[in-house]
Ligand binder design. Structure first.
Ligand code: NAP
Length: 305
């Protein structure tokens, strides 16, 4: 079986993973959006990864979805709302027994992707690493972190897992990836929308702790209702710890809004509210928060779905 890492989406996280895998000598190919993006990439001649100790250029080969040849291993590095349509285009190239690693934040997009490729294994990832694009094809590795990977339907560790560690990508296989993703989603729901509504960095929420606490109450109840009691444990305390530890930072949702980009709200707060409805759980604070956020995004001319 081919050991090439196909990487769908050469944005922040996709480029960060691509450069580290390439640096470790692993075969990597980027899959870009269309011929125009491919031509632009080829004019630049590769990806540049900027780290604290300087920058390095990687001439990683690239193609579009319509290129020929089977794909055995695909790292999906699009935004949550782009993941399923982007994977659908590649489904005919995906080999029997192929594997996907899904880097999307939030929940819901993983199931949308899996529906497109019933013949493949989907591994979910939850990443606390941070990267952002300084320009096209140039990415800054801004925050060291960790990656949890797991497959809710199959606890066996994929044979390629050690390649990530060889490439200096910190990670661990976990049988509880759903718990990790739910916990991260809950933290996001308690912090990110409020930073948009109050127009503040994370530390600004220290002035709104009553509101944060009410959200945590509902989120903890929802997690238990969804069969995720572990993700509910100590949620209030962790949310407060995160607010204090990241007080000077702006949340990813705040930054998306500030740069006029579509947010992933549908797969974060939206997913929480849809799950509550499915389980018959009353979450009036979360629903009100979602309505306020949607109104806020629409008033700015941004998509709210
Ligand atoms: P990003 O910088 O916006 O990159 C997404 C990339 O996907 C873009 O390069 C985009 O192409 C590409 N794309 C979209 N549709 C495509 C298609 N049909 N074919 C090929 N490429 C396509 O996003 P990101 O920040 O890396 O985030 C990716 C996911 O990781 C998100 O769910 C995010 O929440 C999660 N995450 C990110 C970070 C981080 O620090 N960045 C940390 C943890 C989790 P164009 O360049 O042509 O627009």
């Amino acid at each position: 079986m081919s050991s090439t890492w196909h990487i769908l989406g050469a944005g922040s996280l996709g480029s960060l993973w691509a450069c580290r895998l390439a640096r470790a000598g692993k075969p990597v190919r980027l899959i870009l959006r269309d011929q125009q993006r491919l031509a632009a990439y080829q004019r630049g001649g590769g990806l540049t990864l900027v780290e604290h100790d300087g920058q390095r250029h990687y001439a990683i080969p690239a193609e579009t979805a319509s290129a020929p040849g089977p794909i055995h291993r695909l790292l999906v590095a699009c935004k949550a709302y782009d993941a399923a349509p982007a994977v659908a285009q590649l489904a005919p190239r995906l080999a029997q027994g192929g594997e996907l690693v899904l880097l999307q934040n939030g929940l819901g997009s993983q199931d949308e992707v899996a529906e497109q490729v019933p013949h493949a294994r989907c591994v979910f990832a939850s990443s606390t690493e941070g990267a952002f694009r300084e320009g096209d094809w140039q990415v800054r590795f801004a925050g060291h972190g960790f990656n949890w990977l797991g497959d809710p339907g199959n606890p066996s560790v994929p044979y390629w897992f050690d390649e990530l560690l060889d490439a200096g990508i910190p990670g661990q296989w976990t049988p509880d990836i759903a718990t990790r993703l739910w916990r991260k989603l809950a933290l996001n729901c308690a912090i990110n929308p409020l930073t948009v509504l109050h127009g503040c960095h994370n530390g600004g929420l220290l002035g709104h702790l009553g509101e944060v606490d009410q959200l945590c109450d509902e989120l903890a109840g929802l997690l238990r209702r969804c069969g995720q009691p572990e993700a509910a444990e100590g949620l209030h305390e962790e949310v407060q710890r995160v607010i204090v530890a990241t007080a000077a930072n702006y949340s990813s949702m705040y930054q998306d809004v500030r740069h006029g980009r579509r947010t992933e709200v549908h797969y974060l707060l939206g997913h929480a509210c849809r799950s509550a409805a499915r389980h018959g759980a009353a979450v009036p604070q979360l629903e009100r928060l979602l309505r306020r956020l949607v109104d806020n995004l629409e008033a700015r001319g941004l998509r709210s779905d």
